[in-house]
Design a protein around this ligand. Structure first.
Ligand code: UD1
Length: 373
């Protein structure tokens, strides 16, 4: 059986890595890896292949950046002949990026079944590009693998038949657990002169937070105020970096490199690899982010997380984790950060089936579904 697996952007890599590894354990499965090239920098893609020991892609589509329509269309145009040539039994897509939706659409139009890993998540906010990608991908997929109970509920409410839905846990946590020894040995804290629980980590890349310069300035100023209490490590996404540069990063008091005193200030840097980042998060006192995946990783690691968005598609990180969804209002962020810094983080067990074995369950389901073919 031939399964074509699609990756495109940074949050896809840690989801596909354990799936490919598990598929390769079964002789009768031939996993093929297609990288759309939505993310292409070493720091956004190449480093993740290395850190997560993902085999080199069998096919690279090299679509690069573009508007949503261009990016989606380029993936579809370039993937179609590959799928026609390979005629796989299944196309596996993960997450909610443009490459996910584009690949799913291409496959179903060729009558190739699609499995969506991380299905059913809903923020309820259709202004987010990812929400549209989730809705479309789920509507056309044949096998819907959900990470949390809300995923099943959302899909059932949208009329998806129960037999298409499989609650299997979280493949992102498979990667976190499988590489725990490696990231625990990272030297990133020494390299950045940080002490365990003596700093915070911030990431920002959502269009709603970074594309509008006034909102972004407000967030950066807030980070700078919090950083007077404890240093903040801020690996900057290329999308965010562009806007910071356009509003005069220096004028905002932001510059790349360590802050003048190691005990406070914002330490800006380029995006960092998976192992160093996991080590940074696992040892942080606090995380401020608008990422989806980091809400899940902090949940399992027990690190307080403030999500700088109005909503989350991952409600279990709030009910079973350390996540608080607080929006982007500077005053609220400051209040919440100060509260988090003076509160002992709760120690909670991970959500159901976030145990490092989700990919085994997914491949088991798929083998059963395809038995006899
Ligand atoms: C994409 C995903 C988002 C995910 C994020 C993780 C969509 C709609 N969005 O957003 O869900 O959370 O990835 O990072 O699919 N760029 C580079 N180098 C790269 C890639 C991008 O410099 O390797 C720059 C380009 O200027 C590009 C911009 O970043 O225009 C945005 O990239 P894009 O893939 O369009 O969206 P992200 O913001 O990364």
């Amino acid at each position: 059986m031939k399964f074509v697996n699609i990756v495109g952007a940074r949050p896809n890599f840690m989801k596909i890595a354990p799936l490919i590894r598990e598929m390769r354990r079964h002789n009768h499965l031939t996993p093929i890896l297609v990288h759309t090239g939505q993310h292409y920098d070493v720091k956004m893609a190449g480093q993740f292949f290395e850190d997560l020991q993902i085999p080199l892609p069998d096919v690279s589509l090299d679509v690069g950046s573009g508007t949503h329509a261009v990016q989606t269309a380029e993936v579809m145009k370039r993937l179609e002949p590959i799928l026609e040539r390979e005629r796989p039994d299944l196309v596996v897509v993960v997450g909610d990026v443009n490459s996910t939706m584009a690949a799913a659409l291409t496959a179903v139009k060729l009558h190739i079944p699609v499995a969506h890993v991380e299905a059913g998540l809903r923020s309820g906010d259709r202004s987010m590009p990812e929400e549209i990608n989730r809705l479309v991908t789920d509507a056309i997929s044949d096998y819907l693998f959900v990470t949390e109970e809300s995923g099943r509920r959302n899909l059932l409410a949208e009329g998806v038949p129960e037999k298409k839905i499989f609650f299997v846990g979280n493949v992102m946590i498979d990667s976190l657990e499988a590489s725990r020894r490696l990231w625990a040995n990272s030297s990133i804290l020494e390299r950045l002169h940080l002490s365990k629980a003596g700093y915070a980590v911030a990431t920002l890349h959502r269009p709603s937070n970074v594309d509008d310069s006034v909102t972004l300035k407000g967030l950066i100023t807030t980070l700078q105020v919090i950083a007077e209490r404890l240093p903040i490590v801020f690996p900057i996404h290329p999308r965010t970096k562009k806007i910071i540069e356009s509003i005069g990063g220096m004028a905002q008091g932001l510059y790349f490199g360590p802050p003048p005193t190691p005990t406070r200030g914002v330490h800006c840097m380029d995006p960092i690899g998976y192992l160093d980042f996991m080590s940074l998060v696992a040892n942080a006192r606090l995380v401020l982010t608008d990422s989806g995946g980091i809400q899940e990783e902090t949940t399992v690691l027990g690190i307080p997380c403030l999500t700088l968005r109005e909503n989350t598609e991952r409600p279990i990180t709030v009910t079973h984790g350390t996540n608080r969804v607080i929006g982007a209002d500077p005053k609220r962020i400051l209040d919440e950060a100060m509260l988090a810094l003076t509160t002992v983080p709760p120690s909670l067990p991970p959500p159901p089936m976030w145990d490092g074995h989700a990919s085994e369950r997914i491949v088991k389901v798929l083998r059963e579904q395809f038995r006899g073919r």
